[in-house]
Ligand binder design. Structure first.
Ligand code: SF4
Length: 353
């Protein structure tokens, strides 16, 4: 049985408290102390009696914590946290600031098996899923260090819907009024297109915002960029998106990374208009961020503007996400690049020994 109290919702904590002979209401205090006061030791649960704290410890309960290994700061204000998990695995988390609001991009897996052609995380060996505590704790630690986080986007390392249960539970934890109390419209899950899980999410009792990492509007091109498209082609994906919208009535975001000479032509934009037709959506155009080991280049600013113009002329709400955090390899598609460099550095060293 999992004994990490940080992984528990208030109802689960109630059951633990009662089992140990405590009063039910103590569960609420435990949840609040862990998730909004960042208490990481049972001894820090100061509203509980010494005896009760001892009972928790004696029964194997503990509170996990992420270890901050390094914080990188880009001249544009973006920060990247390198965290170490209890088993030594490492993940990255990025804080983006647009002047008013601060958005945290959280990781959900160590590595990723989806193998998207433009992504540095795909080059890392997949090691494991994160727990809901490890996902939520990225918010706890960064907020404690740097202040209020307004939005959380599940767009860091890993495919969130490949780790469905822990991701959804972390959404519940972050949304819980006795904890961080982050509203669902400020929590967004981004997927490369796992259709069955999108439909499953539609049937849950809570609905975070949904973003689809699209990047191409034809199956031929999308399969080249994102292997998942072979098993889950565009028609199937769009049908799952519509099913999500039918239940939630939420606008969906399509993320589109613009890669020079690959998916940035006038024809590509026109095909995207056709695909997005009649879907309540906005399109987020993202400048490609080059990294070693990947042959692609970024589209020029003019090409991006021309592409955006075609979408807006067709009535599609379009935003251009400028490169942020590029110098510290914290930009979209670059997460894991620092870890890759360090791993290859270690490899070179051991080869020399
Ligand atoms: S883009 Fe996302 S889903 Fe694709 S390999 Fe990278 S982390 Fe995985």
């Amino acid at each position: 049985m999992d004994k990490d109290l940080k992984n528990k919702m208030p109802a689960e904590l109630e059951a633990i408290v009662e089992e140990l002979g405590g009063k039910k209401y103590l569960a609420k205090y435990i949840f609040t102390f862990i998730h909004s006061k960042n208490v990481c030791e049972i001894s820090g649960l100061s509203t509980l009696s010494k005896l009760f704290r001892e009972a928790l410890t004696k029964n194997g309960y503990y509170i996990s914590r992420l270890k901050t290994v390094e914080v990188f700061t880009d001249p544009d204000g973006t920060e990247k946290y390198l965290f170490e998990l209890p088993d030594g695995c490492r993940i990255e988390t990025v804080v983006l600031c647009d002047g008013k609001r601060r958005t945290l991009c959280v990781s959900t897996q160590v590595g990723c098996v989806m193998n998207c052609a433009f992504c540095a995380t795909a080059k890392l060996k997949f090691q494991r899923n994160l727990t809901s505590a490890e996902i939520a704790d990225q918010v706890n630690v960064v907020e404690k260090d740097t202040g209020k986080i307004n939005n959380v986007v599940y767009m860091g390392m890993g495919e969130p819907l490949q780790n469905y249960d822990a991701v959804l539970k972390s959404v519940r934890i972050l949304n819980e009024p006795n904890g961080r109390n982050i509203g669902l419209r400020h929590l967004a899950i981004s997927t490369c297109g796992k259709c069955e899980e999108i439909r499953k999410l539609a049937n849950e009792d809570i609905h975070p915002r949904l973003a689809i990492s699209l990047n191409a509007a034809t199956d031929e091109l999308r399969t080249k960029l994102m292997p998942i498209n072979k098993a889950e082609p565009l028609a199937k994906l769009i049908s799952a998106v519509r099913a999500y919208q039918l239940v939630t009535r939420l606008r969906v975001t399509f993320e589109y990374v613009l890669i020079k000479g690959v998916n940035d032509s006038k024809l590509n934009a026109e095909k995207l208009v056709k695909l997005a037709d009649k879907i309540k959506c906005n399109i987020n155009l993202i400048e490609y961020n080059p990294h070693s080991g990947c042959p692609f280049q970024a589209s020029s600013k003019e090409t991006i503007k021309r592409f955006a113009k075609i979408l807006t002329a067709a009535g599609i709400e379009t935003t251009i996400r400028l490169k942020m955090g590029q110098k510290i390899k914290a930009a979209c598609g670059q997460l894991g690049a620092t870890l890759l460099n360090r791993n290859s550095g270690k490899q070179k060293k051991s080869n020399q020994n």
